[in-house]
Ligand binder design. Structure first.
Ligand code: NAD
Length: 288
């Protein structure tokens, strides 16, 4: 399978589709943003003017879209013309139930579907080192392996359709919580009059180490909140987390707190900023 139609060339989709081109796939890309399509063409991809054009003749169809309504709408269009037997990989982060619905509709068209949400952020997408959590059938996972190798470092089949999204929800819980605690650590050190940069450097070498401390401490200290990953998208993800917790009848008290911080960031007009902007919410709360 070397020909792919790729829908959604945003912060994540553009570098992922470009890495597929680099790995030798023939990729036709479409996005609502003409600018993104032009950037993809500049990276060696084939530009398309519609979803139908992007998937025409493709052995493989890939989506990387913001949220559930976009995936529902785009896959409905895809299923109108997709060839039976095609593999559809959805990298978007959406509700597990939506992924299961898409897989069910796919099965009616003899289309194999994998939910394959990713972690690693924009840097992970650019450097092709994403972690990919996959829900679906083993044979389809095996067939998708060359795609996962081209865009990521780790790919794991974690269960049937929808399972990838549950694991991604767990991922977003840890990421949101870590951002909130790193932000609180910065606030505490700065307010105590110590050198927060030196402090974070020490933290990054000890048990408090994390990828977030490693990759984001400098931009957080500089209050550079250019996305990256938008607060609005993490808000969507915390909805998925809390919804899954309610259905599983488990209590996630810290997850609820993280969701409240993210909601506060949106209410303060920060929806389009990076999720590290939780620091700004906490600062405001402390009157700083
Ligand atoms: P984004 O908003 O930058 O990109 C989404 C793209 O989809 C946009 O370019 C948009 O124009 C396009 N789009 C929307 N509707 C469309 C349609 N009907 N047809 C064609 N194109 C359409 O978002 P992103 O940051 O790339 O995130 C994409 C997904 O990946 C989300 O589900 C997000 O939660 C997840 N994710 C993001 C990151 C990150 O760090 N940004 C990391 C991991 C996972």
């Amino acid at each position: 399978m070397r020909t792919a139609g790729f829908i959604g060339l945003g912060i994540m989709g553009l570098p992922m589709a470009s890495n597929l081109v680099k790995a030798g796939f023939e990729v036709t890309g479409f996005d609502l943003s003409a600018d993104s399509v032009a950037k993809f063409a500049a990276a060696g991809g084939k530009p398309a003017g519609s979803v139908a054009e992007a998937i025409d003749g493709a052995e493989l169809v890939i989506t990387m879209l913001p949220a559930d309504p976009h995936v529902e709408a785009v896959t409905a269009t895809i299923f109108e013309t997709i060839k039976p037997g095609t593999l559809l990989i959805d990298f978007s982060t959406i509700k597990p139930q939506t992924s299961q619905q898409v897989a069910k509709k796919g099965a009616e068209k003899n289309v194999r579907v994998l939910d394959a949400p990713v972690s690693g952020g924009e840097a992970g997408a650019i450097n092709a080192v994403l972690s990919i959590m996959v829900g679906g059938e083993q044979a389809d996972f095996d067939a998708a392996k060359p795609v996962f190798d081209a865009v990521g470092k780790v790919a794991a089949l974690v269960g049937p359709s929808g399972a990838g999204q549950f694991v991604k929800a767990a991922n977003q819980l840890v990421v949101g919580g870590t951002y909130a605690l790193v932000a609180e650590a910065i606030l505490l050190m700065e307010a105590s009059g110590v050198d927060a940069k030196a402090g974070l450097d020490v933290l990054a070498g000890g048990l408090a180490a994390s990828r977030i401390l490693e990759l984001k401490r400098e931009s957080m200290l500089a209050r550079n909140f250019k996305p990256g990953f938008r607060i609005d998208l993490h808000h969507k993800d915390m909805g998925i987390v809390l919804d899954a917790a309610r259905q599983a009848e488990v209590s996630l008290p810290f997850g609820g707190q993280v969701a409240a911080y993210i909601q506060a960031a949106r209410a303060q007009g920060m929806g389009d900023l990076d999720h590290s902007a939780l620091l700004a919410v906490l600062e405001k709360q402390s009157g700083r």
